[in-house]
Design a protein around this ligand. Sequence first.
Ligand SMILES: [Zn+2]
Length: 252
Amino acid sequence: MAHGSQHAVRRMVEAWLVEAMSRYNADSYERREAYAAQVHLPGSVLQDLVWWALQALPDEVLVGLDVDAGRPHLDEVDAMFAGAAQRDGLFAGQGYVIGEAAVVNRGDSYSVHHLPEEWTDDLFRSDRGSRGGRFTHWLHTHPNAPAIPSGADADAAQETLGVDMILGLRFSPEGPLPWFDDVDGERRTLAAAEGAPVRRRFGRREPPVLGVAPSGHRIHEIQLIAFHRTGVGVNVVLVDDDGWPYGWSTLT
Ligand SMILES: [Zn+2]
């Protein structure tokens, strides 16, 4: 097959998500000096993650992520997003675009980190800790809460070979647990563009809608961060199937 056949299956990403990812990348670029490293996540994977998060409500989900060893970051992009403090060799898989994602567990904010037995038996070499070294990176979701690590999250990250990521979602209908924002920490957000209309539902004001999920949820905000087990932040760059950041033309 022709060059690139490995990635021949191109998947549609919602237009509203593409626009929000462009804004997120512009923010990642602006803040590049605050980060020690960067990780490139395909938009199609991010879209899957958002859908999975909403399908699992009210649970959180834990997702294992592997890098595509055949897909290094594009040099030009890596150089653009590299701050002066960027360090090589900080974590496993550094410099490679994230490839596969798989849901590994679901549960509350504590139990989500405890893998089911089938993931921790000797099939996956538990000598590398309870996460078994099975995946390079890990991501878990925070339904109706910001993407800020809890103490349990920081503990779980100690066994991660790559980086830990958190996906926070603000959505309606909220379900039993309304949006909870009383947490200190730096937010990295994909939200509706400024000036987007605020909705009124049943006498209540609802934040601007970023997009609607297949589950019918109205998504107001997606938050996404990555961090290394030492506590340093890792800048996330959202890339298309060819490795170029969404909104690249507006950055260069
Ligand atoms: Zn968490």
